[in-house]
Ligand binder design. Structure first.
Ligand code: GLU
Length: 505
């Protein structure tokens, strides 16, 4: 086992848009396998045709393309262990069902949904198991002839695993250690359904993990209760020697920490719980995605990686390569991780700062085009360099920088009240005269003329600067004033001063 090549799989069921928790599961699988130079496999678990949702598989593939996380094998990639969609592996599973039946480790059951319902109403906490199975319609209670004739006459049946009661089942979990369960709490789960000739999740999952030579099963905590059944199946199929190592990841919790993160939390607090925007094919409802909200893929990866694990040395901003190096499955937390979406915004801010001004300008361009702004690229780069530290998202650049491209249409009332004094119009007129004579309009040279002028006149530095900013920006925000004047240029600065003097006098 130890010298086997590491092979891990991400095995989503295409029953809707992939949840952000699923993305974290996939990411941990990826980090673990890349760290061990292993293979990362995408397997689509689509044996439940009732819950199949069109577009869900494509959504999963697009999500990881966007994040820059690539699979080595999968339905979109091929590989030596395919097919990678369980619906295309139908004929593989039947022989294992037969093997279990032949060995008496599973049995055929004919109980109809109505009969099962009646049992549940009759017996409190009814469970199909060793204590009840002998009172049901199955191959343990019916004669072989009867079983045969019912199958031949087309009666639908299921195959159930036969769980031996009072056994100790041990699940060795990389994160949780040794988890011990008494088999009596397990029920005889359905492994196969004659109606669609398909195995259920449990059997298909185990057979495929075995055939695909999966070495580590890293998945969400919600699958921990299924693990004893899975261990039993490995034993029944005599595959114990190749049983993968299990690692059940901690749950993602609501931002407040009470209970499991849900889509409603996102709607309530205004953050996405899906990686990409999703349009429900039935209802047409649109759910927001991290991508469309303006998150950078690097930020999403970094944010998710630290929900349930951290490098232990205080580092927070880690690239995919850093994460791959530092990640440690054994050090994952056992307890749930609060989904601190504000931290996600903080990460986006960090990654915007890490990108070059050119890259950010490139990302800002579509928004500027939308606003009908056509400015030289190097000017946009300069503007970006002045305001990017003030934003968490690219789209916020507009709010911070629009005044560079458009003169103020109006002046913020509160700012006017506070900053535009009795003598401001006169001072700004004087200032215009000074600026008129400035030849080199670069920030430094302008500053070196304007500041000594204010001092020599004995004017209040604050009053002049505040009024000047109001005239250029329309309110009291923005970067260093002389950086603004340099970018606007002399003519525009003088125009804006003139306009403010006229409007505010
Ligand atoms: N198909 C299961 C899911 O949707 C896979 C669980 C597992 O990884 O075993 O999560």
């Amino acid at each position: 086992m130890t010298n086997k090549k590491v092979r891990v799989r991400f095995a989503p069921s295409p029953t809707g848009p992939l949840h952000i928790g699923g993305v974290r599961t996939a990411l941990y699988n990826y980090l673990f396998t890349k760290q061990h130079q292993g293979d990362f496999i995408l397997r689509i678990e689509d044996t439940d045709s009732q819950r199949f949702v069109t577009g869900a598989e494509e959504y999963i593939i697009r999500t990881f393309e966007w994040l820059g996380i690539s699979f080595d094998e999968g339905p979109h990639k091929g590989g030596n262990y395919g097919p990678y969609r369980q619906s295309e592996r139908k004929n593989i599973y039947k022989q294992y069902v037969d093997q279990l039946l032949d060995k008496g480790l599973a049995y055929i059951a004919f109980d109809t949904p109505a009969e099962l319902e009646a049992k549940r109403n009759e017996t409190a906490n009814f469970q199909y198991d060793a204590s009840t199975r002998m009172s049901m319609n199955n191959s343990l209670t019916l004669s072989p002839e009867e079983v045969q004739s019912r199958i031949e006459s087309g009666d639908q049946y299921v195959v159930r695993i036969k769980i031996e009661p009072e056994q100790t089942i041990v699940v060795n979990d990389v994160i949780r250690g040794k988890v011990t369960v008494n088999s009596s709490i397990l029920d005889d789960k359905v492994l196969y359904k004659s109606a669609d000739q398909l195995p259920t999740y449990h059997l298909a999952n185990i057979v495929d993990d075995h055939l695909m030579e999966i070495t580590h099963v890293i998945r969400g905590e919600e699958w921990l209760p299924s693990a004893p059944l899975h261990v039993t199946l490995y034993k029944y199929l005599e595959w114990e020697d190749s049983m993968p190592q299990f690692a059940h990841l901690p749950l993602l919790l609501k931002p407040e920490g009470n209970g499991k993160l849900s889509k409603r939390d996102g709607d309530r607090l205004g953050f996405p719980v899906f990686p990409l925007e999703w349009k429900d094919p039935k209802t047409g409802d649109v759910s927001s995605g991290y991508r469309e909200t303006g998150y950078l893929p690097e930020a999403v990866i970094n944010f998710l990686a630290l929900l349930g694990w951290n490098p232990g040395d205080g580092r927070e901003v880690l690239s995919l390569a850093d994460l791959t190096e530092a990640f440690c499955l054994e050090k994952c937390s056992k307890s749930g991780a609060k989904f601190d979406y504000k931290k996600g915004e903080w990460f986006n801010h960090q990654y915007i700062q890490l990108k070059s001004d050119e890259e950010i300008a490139e990302l800002f361009l579509p928004l500027l085009n939308e606003k009908g702004i056509n400015a030289p690229f190097d000017k946009i780069v300069k503007i970006v360099s002045l305001v990017k530290e003030r934003v968490n998202f690219i789209k916020e650049l507009w709010e911070q920088a629009s005044f560079f491209f458009e003169a103020p249409q109006s002046y913020d009332e509160k700012t006017v009240k506070k900053r535009w004094k009795e003598d401001s119009a006169a001072r700004m007129t004087e200032l215009s005269g000074i600026l008129e004579s400035v030849e080199d309009f670069s920030a430094k040279s302008t500053e070196d003329i304007v500041i000594p002028w204010i001092e020599s006149k004995g004017y209040s530095m604050g009053n002049i600067m505040n009024a000047f900013r109001l005239a250029l920006v329309g309110e009291s925000k923005g970067p260093h004033i002389f950086d603004i004047t340099e970018i606007l240029g002399k003519e525009e600065v003088l125009n804006r001063l003139r306009q403010a003097i006229q409007t505010l006098k």
